[in-house]
Write a protein that binds this ligand. Structure first.
Ligand code: ADP
Length: 509
């Protein structure tokens, strides 16, 4: 039987209604090359309407539009104006190589590019706009766009490509509905719990997975939003936390490692900050503990491009449990399967692949007709996990990063975290390298803290002293380097590291 409830599209227009009508004096603060820009929700909404008219005037209403931009208010205005006109905002990863940018822009069929001025990229085949003060003026003189269409919630709103660490980038398009529901889910107290009394800083890039939808969630609930602009360094982040009273900030663990290191070195403080949201990779326990010493809680999130970022969360008060990826957020279901696709029990011991489904989970890639779901139901995540009886998930490793040695498995993540818990180590990454006898063997890359000396033997002895690993699980070799190669989204670039080991071994003969 039909319900008696009215039809109401969960679209960007419905989010925009809130931004324009409610908390109109709330602020958006943005760091740009020209300095700090502060304006109210009221002024922001007016700009969005003017930008919509600008797009219409240029023949770009309802089209696919590429942005190659940092986290700024100008990018945020496009986040609204483009989908409000039933177009798709395609956020291009600023760290892509120009040939990759060419590829994704062509693949998506974008009609125009809006680009920050410091990003080197030229594409003569489409109209480009530079996001600078001249552009601001051109938008400013427009009449505000009067009436936005009520876009069907199933239409695409924001597009993004995977980082291509495992082949060519693949396109994913989030719908109006998925953005709405995901943002709503993020606001829940047991998820991020963002409220109108928070000042949120989205450090995760708006050019990848729409800043984990945290700009939308923040504006939906009336929070103050801080956007850290081009290439923010630890110093910038710490200064902004202090100056603007940031209470909750979202960034990958590598960013927090840098921030904590900076605060230690400069005797800085993070006093306004209540919590950091971190994910994309497992945050090392040492980092969580350090943050806690500064009075900052860690909300550990798990997700992927295909789940519109955050899909599980752990906000435990017990620090020792915070390395778990936690519980699926409302809108997501999880299950555990073995190699044959058979369901495994949630007993905290059975190891299998995590599969997910839900209101913001991808079913197929852009420009590809085939449904990627297992049994037409579940998205295979490629993550090897255990699930506790109460539903909390613990990632063991990514399928492709597990080290297969002598018919047994070694978790690269466990080794990395153990090495990083050593006081002289800043960062570590472990990869499997081909080995004639064992199939694969672990090799560790280590970045030591500045000003200290540390040897391979010392680290191996430390690992032994932890009593966590069997002898055969310890790395065969430790290579000291100045910095760990990272992917365009700040993850350990294991592909690059495997290449480095190969070269290292060849050189040694
Ligand atoms: P890419 O690595 O190609 O950039 P994604 O950004 O979509 O792709 O990364 C998703 C993957 O990142 C997940 O499948 C998982 O392996 C890893 N990941 C994300 N969050 C966490 C976390 N909290 N702990 C461990 N691994 C994580």
């Amino acid at each position: 039987m039909d319900s008696t409830i009215m039809d109401y599209n969960l679209n960007i227009r419905a989010i925009f209604w809130r931004v324009e009508k409610l908390y109109s004096n709330q602020e958006i603060i943005s760091r740009t090359y020209e300095g700090i820009k502060r304006y109210t929700y009221r002024d922001f909404s007016l700009r969005v309407r003017k930008l919509a008219s600008f797009l219409k005037q240029k023949g770009l209403a309802g089209e696919r539009i590429a942005t190659i931009a940092w986290n700024t208010h100008r990018h945020l205005e496009l986040y609204f104006a483009v989908p409000l006109l039933n177009g798709i905002l395609h956020t291009v990863n600023v760290r892509f190589h120009p040939t990759e940018m060419d590829y994704v822009i062509k693949e998506m069929g974008d009609k125009a590019i809006f680009k920050d001025k410091d990003i080197e990229y030229k594409n003569d085949s489409i109209t480009s706009f530079i996001l600078d003060e001249k552009y601001d003026e051109e938008v400013e003189v427009q009449e505000p766009f009067a009436e936005f269409p009520d876009v069907d919630e199933k239409q695409g709103a924001i597009a993004c490509f995977t980082s291509g660490t495992t082949g060519k980038p693949k396109g994913v398009i989030y719908s109006h509905r998925s953005v709405f529901i995901h943002s709503l889910s993020l606001m829940a107290k047991d998820v991020l719990g963002i409220s109108s009394s928070d000042t949120v800083m989205t450090i995760v890039p708006m050019f990848h997975i729409s800043g984990w939808d945290t700009p939308f969630a923040s504006l939906m609930t009336g929070a103050r939003l801080v956007l850290p602009g081009p290439r923010p360094k630890a110093e910038d982040i710490v200064n902004m936390i202090k100056s603007f009273g940031v209470t909750i900030a979202i960034a990958a663990p590598t960013v927090w490692i840098d921030v904590v290191h900076y605060v230690e070195k400069e005797k800085g403080d993070l006093s306004p900050l209540k919590a950091v949201v971190t994910g994309g990779a497992e945050p090392p326990l040492g980092l969580i503990k350090k943050l806690s010493e500064y009075g900052v809680k860690t909300y550990h999130a798990w997700g992927m491009t295909e789940t519109e970022a955050i899909a599980t969360i752990n906000k435990s008060d017990d620090i020792n449990r915070l390395s778990e990826q936690g519980y699926p957020i409302p809108g997501i279901e999880t299950a555990l399967i073995d190699v044959d696709g058979k369901e495994l029990p949630w007993d905290g011991r059975s190891v299998g692949e995590l599969v997910v489904r839900g209101a913001f989970v991808t079913k197929r890639y852009f420009n590809s007709p085939s449904n990627i779901l297992h049994n037409n139901t579940w998205l295979r995540t490629g993550d090897v996990v255990k699930i506790k009886e109460d539903g909390s998930i613990k990632v063991v490793d990514r399928l492709k990063d597990l080290i297969k040695s002598g018919g047994e498995w070694i978790s690269s993540v466990d080794l990395e975290n153990a090495i990083m818990s050593y006081e002289k180590v800043l960062e570590a990454a472990v990869v499997g390298v081909p080995d004639e006898k064992w199939g694969e063997r672990p090799v560790a890359f280590v970045v030591k803290k500045p000003g200290v000396e540390v040897t391979e033997e010392e680290i191996i002895n430390y690992l032994k002293s932890l009593n966590m690993f069997a002898k055969w699980q310890l790395p065969d070799k430790i290579i000291f380097i100045d910095s760990i190669p990272k992917t365009s989204t700040g993850k350990l670039d294991k592909k690059a590291m495997r290449e480095m080991v190969k070269k290292f071994i060849e050189k040694k003969g």
